[in-house]
Design a protein around this ligand. Structure first.
Ligand SMILES: CC(C)(COP(=O)(O)OP(=O)(O)OC[C@H]1O[C@@H](n2cnc3c(N)ncnc32)[C@H](O)[C@@H]1OP(=O)(O)O)[C@@H](O)C(=O)NCCC(=O)NCCS
Length: 184
């Protein structure tokens, strides 16, 4: 599917009856995305960021994603349930000699994990990257202790290609940083 601001990618129904819509990001998502990011910061959920985002910061991020999406350089979509953004998934291609490498990220709200949305989202993301960008390599960074995420990425063919020991320091505790890639 080709990128269009706010366009619905798919409607999903969870086993417990909750409805979730996957759709491309649009400018008015900034507030919902800020709330999602800040909820992950509050739970120390394997992010690099440790401070809350402001609305102005989030607006700039969304603007950048939309600009890059229109140029075929990025993909960004959200998961929405009951008018709340509960997931944010996307990637942006690097510049110059690395313009065929896309760095990706995926976060899902605590209340919606473990019910298959990560798998669905990663599948959508890979399809959308193939259709909307010229990326040939997907790359990501993940905490070595983030077992669920690592298992999800391996399932989709990502391979661990590097490790930076003690790269993250969270509340005085060190964690390694894995670099994982998938060649399209
Ligand atoms: C990592 C994350 C995106 C996974 O999304 P999710 O919707 O919870 O994942 P799914 O329900 O689709 O499960 C996908 C796979 O992850 C692994 N997984 C998920 N929950 C798990 C659990 N409770 N126990 C063990 N493995 C688990 C499994 O491999 C699972 O596949 P399976 O159910 O077929 O065994 C999500 O947990 C999240 O946003 N976490 C916080 C932020 C984060 O860590 N982001 C990644 C940064 S690199």
């Amino acid at each position: 599917m080709k990128f269009k601001e706010g366009k619905i990618i798919e409607k999903l129904e969870l086993e417990d009856g909750r409805e979730v819509v996957a759709r491309f990001v649009k400018p008015s998502d900034a507030r919902g995305l800020m709330l999602l990011t800040n909820s992950l910061v509050d739970e120390n959920a394997f992010l690099t960021r440790m401070e809350h985002h402001s609305l102005a910061q989030e607006k700039r991020i969304v603007k950048e994603y939309l600009k890059d999406s229109k140029k075929g350089k990025a993909v960004s979509f959200v998961l929405e349930s009951n008018k709340k953004i509960i997931g944010s998934i996307g990637g942006t291609c690097q510049d110059g000699a690395m313009s065929h490498v896309i760095d990706i990220g995926i976060v899902i709200h605590k209340g919606f994990r473990g019910v298959g949305l990560g798998k669905k989202s990663l599948k959508f993301l890979i399809d959308l990257i193939k259709k909307n960008t010229r990326a040939e390599i997907l790359r990501l960074h993940v905490y070595g202790s983030n077992k669920h995420a690592i298992s999800l990425y391996k399932r989709f063919g990502f391979r661990e290609v590097g490790i930076v020991k003690k790269c993250y320091k969270l509340k005085g505790k060190y964690h390694s940083r894995l670099i994982m890639v998938k060649y399209l």
